[in-house]
Ligand binder design. Structure first.
Ligand code: THU
Length: 131
């Protein structure tokens, strides 16, 4: 799976975003070491705080199907002119399972940039901190 293919899977998910409030669709695609990809979109709620982001949708789909420690790369994309940077809550949730995760972050012209979760969340608080 190339980076472009993973990013394109995330762009495909924009059509499923449920965004009546923000009108800001976000798509995600999470690649596991065995080649499995879990996709996600943002799903908003009339009680705004109950909204779930696209990345967390993909993550909880993967974890709920038995994946925990084999996450390789995540694409997260939006339609804005700037890259769709993952929010703080998503960075934290991803850090729990994949502190070394690679990220592809895309924008509306379908260009994406590549970096790591550690770039976005240095000195993260994770399971090891509780030992
Ligand atoms: N959103 C995501 O899906 N992922 C992020 O990391 C940033 C924000 C969604 C949540 C909400 O539905 C919309 O973008 C506007 O905040």
């Amino acid at each position: 799976m190339t980076d472009r293919q993973l990013a394109d899977l995330a762009y495909e998910m924009l059509q499923f975003s449920y965004v009546p409030y923000s009108k800001f669709p976000v798509g995600a695609a999470l690649l596991c070491a065995d080649g499995t990809v879990y996709t996600g979109c943002n799903v908003e709620n009339a009680a705004y705080g109950s909204t779930i982001c696209a990345e967390r949708t993909a993550l909880v789909k993967a974890v709920s199907e038995g994946h925990r420690d084999d996450f390789v790369r995540l694409a997260v994309v939006g339609l804005s002119s700037d890259y769709c940077w993952p929010c703080g809550a998503c960075r934290q949730m991803l850090y729990e399972f994949a502190p070394n995760l690679e990220l592809l972050v895309g924008r509306g012209d379908r260009q994406f940039t590549k970096l790591t979760l550690a770039d976005l969340l240095p000195h993260g608080f994770g399971p090891k901190a509780l030992n």
